[in-house]
Design a protein around this ligand. Structure first.
Ligand code: HEC
Ligand code: HEC
Length: 228
C-alpha cells in the first residue's frame, strides 16, 4: 500500500516560484520549501515530451482523450502532475513521462508549467450537444449555479490559489469523462466536491457539464481562429 502522497503547492510571486512539497507517511508530515526562477527556454524543451499527446499548442484533443493544458492554472497543473507522478491520480499512459528520469527535477517541473502558461487557449474547444436557449442548457446552468460556482467560479474560471481547476474552455468530452470518474469514485477529489457530484443523477451530471462547456473564455486568453 502506498502511503506516500505528494502535494505540490506553487505560489507565483514576482516571477519567483516557491514550491512546497508535503509528504504524508502515516502520521508524519514533512514539508520542504523550494524556490524557483522559471526558465522558459528550458520549459519549452521539457514540453516536447508533453507535446506528443497534449499537442504542441497545448490544446489537447477535441475527442477528450487529452485535455487542453493551455490556460489551466499553474498550481492546478503542478498538483495534477505530481499526483499523476505518484500514482495517486491514475494515468498509466502519462505516468512514465512525468517521472523524474523523464520530466526532470522540480526546477524542470516549474519551467514546463511556466511555459504552458504562455500558451493561448484554443478558440474551438469541444462543446456539449445543447447550446444556449435549449431547456437542457438552462437546466445545466441551474445545477452549476447551485453546486459548482462556490469553487469553480461564476464563469468556470477556477482559482489558482485554492487549486480549483479552470473548467471554461476545456473539451466537453474530457470534462464529462472526469466528472463521471469522480462520481464513480475512480478519481479522488476534494470531499466537498465529491459530495455534490455524488448527489447528482447521471443525467444531471451530463447537463451541468454541457453548461460548463459553453462558459465563455475571455478573449485575451484565446488564440486567434486558424484560417482553414
Ligand atoms: C502519452 C501521452 C501523454 C504524455 C506524453 C503526457 N500526457 Fe498529460 N495527460 C495524458 C492523458 C491521457 C491525460 C488525461 C488522463 C485522464 O483522463 O485522467 C493527461 C492529463 C494531464 C494533466 C491533467 C489535466 C487536468 O485538467 O486535470 C496535466 C496537468 C498533464 N497531463 C500535463 C502533462 C505534462 C506537463 C506533460 C509533459 C511533461 C504530459 N502531460 C505528458 C497523456 C499524456
Ligand atoms: C468544494 C469545492 C468544489 C466544488 C463545490 C466543486 N468542485 Fe470540481 N473540483 C474541485 C477541486 C479541488 C478539483 C481538483 C481535484 C483534484 O485535485 O484532482 C476539482 C476538479 C473538477 C473537475 C476535473 C477538472 C480537470 O481539469 O480535470 C471537474 C470536471 C469538476 N471539478 C467539475 C465540478 C462540477 C461540475 C461541480 C458541481 C456539480 C464541481 N466540480 C463542484 C473543487 C470543487
Amino acid at each position: 500500500m502506498n502511503y506516500r502522497r505528494w502535494l505540490g503547492f506553487l505560489h507565483v510571486i514576482l516571477g519567483i516560484f516557491f514550491l512546497v512539497v508535503t509528504t504524508f507517511s502515516h502520521a508524519d508530515e514533512i514539508t520542504i520549501e523550494l524556490r524557483f526562477q522559471p526558465n522558459l527556454e528550458n520549459g519549452k524543451l521539457v514540453y516536447e515530451i508533453c507535446a506528443s499527446c497534449h499537442l504542441p499548442d497545448g490544446w489537447g484533443d477535441k475527442d477528450g482523450t487529452y485535455p487542453q493544458l493551455a490556460g489551466q492554472h499553474q498550481n492546478v497543473l503542478i498538483k495534477q502532475i505530481l499526483e499523476i507522478r505518484s500514482g495517486e491520480r491514475d494515468n498509466p499512459l502519462m505516468y512514465p513521462f512525468v517521472q523524474e528520469r523523464t520530466l526532470g527535477n522540480y526546477q524542470d517541473l516549474a519551467d514546463v508549467v511556466a511555459y504552458i502558461a504562455t500558451l493561448p487557449m484554443t478558440p474551438e474547444h469541444n462543446k456539449g450537444p445543447w447550446p444556449n436557449f435549449t431547456k437542457e442548457y438552462e437546466k445545466g446552468k441551474k445545477i452549476y449555479k447551485k453546486n459548482c460556482v462556490s469553487c469553480h467560479g461564476k464563469t468556470g474560471e477556477g482559482n489558482n490559489k485554492q487549486y480549483y481547476p479552470r473548467l471554461q474552455g476545456q473539451h466537453y468530452a474530457y470534462v464529462l469523462r472526469q466528472a463521471r470518474m469522480v462520481q464513480k469514485g475512480l478519481r479522488k477529489v476534494d470531499p466537498a466536491m465529491l459530495a455534490v457530484v455524488k448527489n447528482l443523477s447521471r443525467e444531471d451530471l451530463e447537463l451541468v457539464i454541457n453548461y460548463v462547456s459553453y462558459l465563455p473564455v475571455p478573449d485575451k486568453d484565446l488564440a486567434p481562429f486558424k484560417d482553414q
